[in-house]
Design a protein around this ligand. Structure first.
Ligand SMILES: Cc1cc2nc3c(=O)[nH]c(=O)nc-3n(C[C@H](O)[C@H](O)[C@H](O)COP(=O)(O)OP(=O)(O)OC[C@H]3O[C@@H](n4cnc5c(N)ncnc54)[C@H](O)[C@@H]3O)c2cc1C
Length: 410
């Protein structure tokens, strides 16, 4: 019989195990991990550098169907908890532009340190063991967790099974299946933090271009704007700001997709300033054709894309360009509209929107309201962070808080 069984050796599960050890070093913990490796997403996070948390911490960093839960999470927690947890783990962090990383700049080393703490302190990790069933027995004083043909007993269960996003790094529905079997409510789940595929057959002309922009989505109910660098790909737009905007697509009604995204490709100039700039460049003897007039501000490939999209020959003599064409150019640079193609790409999704209904969970402790001694933490809950370390922050803090509360039952 174990004190705690943790399902999933990802960011939340490992943080829960380590925090429980800090509080009660002689605790008996079993972690069941369905993959042959632990912490695969944690090890891949932040382009391998692990963006652990962020100094900006506010409710607009998270999306959920339960805004009260999010506000309570923000009011009662802070990024400094993540920093001090890692300091306790012997991992020092540094901050750059608000983003926190381990000093080693190595996500894999963060995972291996957490695993090392577990192994030194007697935590058992069973790999290739997928938890398939959880039963509360003895009035909720004991749990039986089944995996294939084996069954395990414990006083406490912490489910930290993650989401279905990024199956290449082990994402699956397996945690949700456990939840549904226990009659715990879920909200619909969608892959988010993904590139946005758009209906634009000229986009490939600008493939590979990175450009700073303001991206706006009109959801029909809200207008949300994000500033950042866009990466233009063959058939999609990507980059942090686009990935954040992708969080608003699932909630939209099908009919209003048309032109719902607009991009200002020149946010540092007003419409008038940009028009004046283009006119000046066309009048200047240094430019012979319209594409060279745009090259002072935009990458050549992007200028070519823009002109082709507007049916303006890039080689048009600067003297022959009409005011009407300059107005169209200016308007499209300042407000290029795109219709997203409804392609929710789970393969590249860095997180899931939706999950375990937060009404099922006690705020701050993450204990199930239906099952005493059962905790649910991390990405499988209906709380999704934007890019910038917010998903790991939630995974760590929820794991840590569940561990703190659960040891009180022992
Ligand atoms: C490519 C990529 C980059 C990212 N970069 C960042 C970043 O820089 N900053 C940030 O904040 N977030 C980032 N994220 C998101 C972040 O990694 C996740 O939100 C976080 O890892 C979620 O932690 P978790 O413990 O809840 O789930 P996971 O890390 O997914 O862990 C869940 C674990 O449970 C196991 N499991 C599932 N079902 C079962 C079962 N039935 N039985 C046993 N085991 C089970 C899984 O195999 C997995 O190991 C990134 C995600 C991806 C995919």
């Amino acid at each position: 019989m174990y004190d705690i069984i943790i399902i999933g050796a990802g960011a939340a599960g490992l943080a829960a195990a380590v925090e429980a050890i800090f509080i009660k070093p002689d605790i008996r913990i079993l972690i069941l991990e369905k993959n042959s490796k632990s912490g695969r997403k944690l090890s891949a996070s932040g382009n391998g550098k692990c963006n652990l948390t962020n100094s900006y911490f506010a409710s607009d960093c998270y999306l959920s169907n339960n805004t009260l839960f999010v506000e309570n999470f923000i009011d009662n927690n802070s990024p400094s908890e993540v920093v001090s947890f890692f300091e306790k783990c012997g991992i020092m962090v540094y901050e750059k532009g608000g983003y926190y990383y381990p000093l080693s700049d190595m996500a894999k080393q963060v995972t291996s340190k957490l695993l090392k703490i577990c192994s030194i302190n007697g935590v058992t990790i069973e790999y290739d063991k997928c938890a398939t069933d959880i039963k509360a027995v003895d009035g909720g004083n004991k749990y039986i967790v089944k995996s294939d043909d084996t069954q395990y007993e414990s006083r406490i269960v912490i489910i930290a099974a993650g989401s279905s996003s990024y199956p290449g790094l082990g994402g699956s529905d397996s945690g949700y299946d456990l939840i549904k079997r226990m009659n715990i409510d879920m909200t619909p789940v969608y892959p988010v933090l993904i590139p946005i595929y758009v209906d634009d057959d000229k986009l490939s002309i600008a493939q590979g271009v990175r450009i700073s922009a303001d991206i706006t989505i009109d959801t029909g109910e809200d207008v949300i704007c994000e500033r950042g660098q866009i990466q233009i790909n063959k058939d999609n737009l990507s980059g942090i700001a686009i990935m954040n905007i992708s969080c608003y697509l699932p909630a939209m009604k099908r009919g209003i997709y048309k032109d719902c995204i607009s991009v200002d490709y020149c946010p540092y100039m007003s419409w008038d300033e940009l028009k004046e700039y283009i006119i000046k460049q066309c009048d200047n003897i240094i430019n012979d054709n319209v594409i060279s007039a745009l090259e002072g501000v935009f990458p050549n490939k992007f200028a070519r894309y823009l002109l082709t999209k507007l049916n303006i020959n890039p080689n048009t003599d600067t003297k022959k360009i009409t005011e009407k064409q300059i107005n169209r150019l200016t308007s499209n640079i300042k407000r290029m509209r795109y219709t997203p193609i409804e392609k929710f790409d789970n393969d590249k999704s860095q997180a899931s929107l939706g999950g375990v209904d937060l009404n099922e969970i006690a705020m701050n402790t993450y204990e199930s309201k239906k099952y005493k001694g059962l905790y649910i933490v991390g990405e499988m809950l209906d709380i999704t962070g934007k890019c910038g370390g917010y998903n790991l922050t939630f995974a760590f803090i929820s794991g840590i808080n569940a561990a703190c509360d659960s040891v009180k039952h022992l």
